[in-house]
Design a protein around this ligand. Structure first.
Ligand code: PGA
Ligand code: ZN
Length: 432
């Protein structure tokens, strides 16, 4: 194929709505012979060091959440510098985007503007090369279908209930293939729905931002108990083929002045919180816990990793914000043993890959992740396979903006045929 086929010829962007009904950025990027589109997601429980999502702040439109300034930055500042370049020069173009912005957290042009371009570019390159995105991203790496971590009870900032922890996940690891794992997750989801409705009434099956149920239950243990029972009821074996995970998102219930955490109605210190994790690890088949402490508490992350990390995945999300410098610090201190990977926390594909490779070299697990505010975009499914992250969390096996990622993984599995390898059993072996 001629090099000129990859020349960037046209960039357009628009304001669309995300799954919470808030505006977000969508970018269309045309090369001479191909096309790429990306829609930028948006978080609710953001790490304070995330790259900045630029919002207009003018109250008349969308309560100040409009993204017209980001669109203007794309058309006036970014597009003129990128038109004419070769779309395959992703690292060079991502560096150029950072230079044009010039700030540490992409606050001048907006990480939503920058990321929109960065991933639309990757998609356009893949399309121009007539290749699926996961293949161009893999760049020779082995392709791996990720283990889905499905958030089936929602709390924290994602739901209108009193659960402090944000996410309670079912992790169907003991299966040979992605599609069997997904089926198990869906069956457990429906078994849980029936249980919750029978026990707590109809309103318990309303769902939160990520498609999981948002029952009015008030304790971590009760939520985990309901899920364990649902796993059994669906005909699976908790602790054997199905394990559980939580994302505490501890920042969202941390009181910085008092240095306490508000868990299930009680103010507790970090030592009590530590005990709570050790307790749920003893009582339930929990194998993964994300953001157990607030996002500057590297010490307690290191302590829990030392104590439980040999058989338990400790994931850093708000702690690392997909930022290589934070990952390096975590590795130095032994804080966490897995990295949550969110493209919009750092704002370019190249920097995402750098953080992933740094974590991988240190033996950290990798979990590709959606945001609580999502769109119909499926790029993270491809990125997860191409970067062989081994795990993905993209919500419940319900609601279109969540299922589109899982459904894309089913297509990829089919395309790879017998060459598809699924990470589930390896996860179980690693965390026995
Ligand atoms: P967020 O939640 O997208 O609201 O940040 C997801 C997570 O904390 O993992
Ligand atoms: Zn998280």
């Amino acid at each position: 194929m001629e090099a000129s086929a990859f020349r960037v010829e046209k960039i357009a962007s628009r304001e669309i709505l995300d799954s919470r009904g808030n505006p977000t950025v969508q970018v269309d990027l045309h090369t001479k012979s191909g096309f790429g589109r990306f829609s930028v997601p948006s978080g609710a429980s953001k790490g304070h060091l995330e790259a900045l999502e630029l919002r207009d702040g003018e109250r008349q439109r969308y309560n100040g959440l409009g993204v017209q300034k980001a669109l203007e930055n794309i058309s006036r500042v970014i597009a003129p510098k990128i038109l004419g370049l070769d779309s395959r020069d992703q690292p060079k173009i991502d560096r150029l985007l950072n230079e044009l912005d010039g700030t540490e957290n992409k606050s001048k042009l907006g990480a939503n503007a920058i990321l929109g371009i960065s991933i639309a570019l990757a998609r356009a390159s893949a399309d121009t090369a007539n290749s699926p995105l996961y293949r161009t991203i893999a760049d020779g790496r082995k392709l791996v279908l990720p283990l889905p971590m499905m958030n089936i009870i929602n709390g924290g900032k994602h739901a209108g209930n009193d659960l402090s922890f944000q996410e309670f996940m079912v992790i169907p690891a003991g299966f040979k293939t992605f599609h069997e794992a997904l089926r198990c997750g869906s069956e457990v989801y429906h078994a849980l729905k029936a249980r919750l409705e029978a026990k707590y009434g109809k309103s318990a099956i309303n769902v939160g931002d990520e498609g999981g149920f948002a029952p009015d239950i008030e304790s971590v243990e009760e939520a985990l108990g309901q899920i364990s029972d649902a796993v059994e009821e669906a005909g699976y074996s908790p602790g054997q083929n199905v394990v559980l995970g939580v994302d505490a998102a501890a920042d969202s219930f941390y009181n910085e002045d008092k240095k306490t955490y508000l868990v299930d109605g009680k103010q507790i210190g970090s030592q009590d919180l530590f005990e709570l994790y050790a307790g749920i690890e003893r009582s339930f088949p929990v194998k993964s816990i994300e953001d157990p402490f607030h996002d500057e508490d590297f010490d307690n992350f290191a302590k829990i990793t030392k104590k439980l990390g040999s058989r338990f995945q400790i994931v850093g999300d708000d702690l690392f914000v997909t930022n290589i410098k934070r990952v390096e610090k975590g590795i130095r201190l032994g804080a966490a043993n897995a990295l949550l990977v969110k493209v919009n926390q750092i704002g370019t594909l190249t920097e995402t890959i750098e953080a992933v490779e740094k974590a991988r070299q240190a033996g950290y697990g990798l979990v590709m992740s959606h945001r609580s505010g999502e769109t119909e975009d499926t790029s993270i499914a491809d990125i997860s396979v191409g970067l062989a992250t081994g795990q993905i969390k993209t919500g419940a096996p319900a609601r279109g903006e969540r299922t589109c990622k899982y459904n894309r993984l089913l297509q990829i599995e089919e395309e790879l045929g017998s060459g598809a390898s699924f990470y589930g059993p390896e996860f179980l072996k690693k965390h026995q």
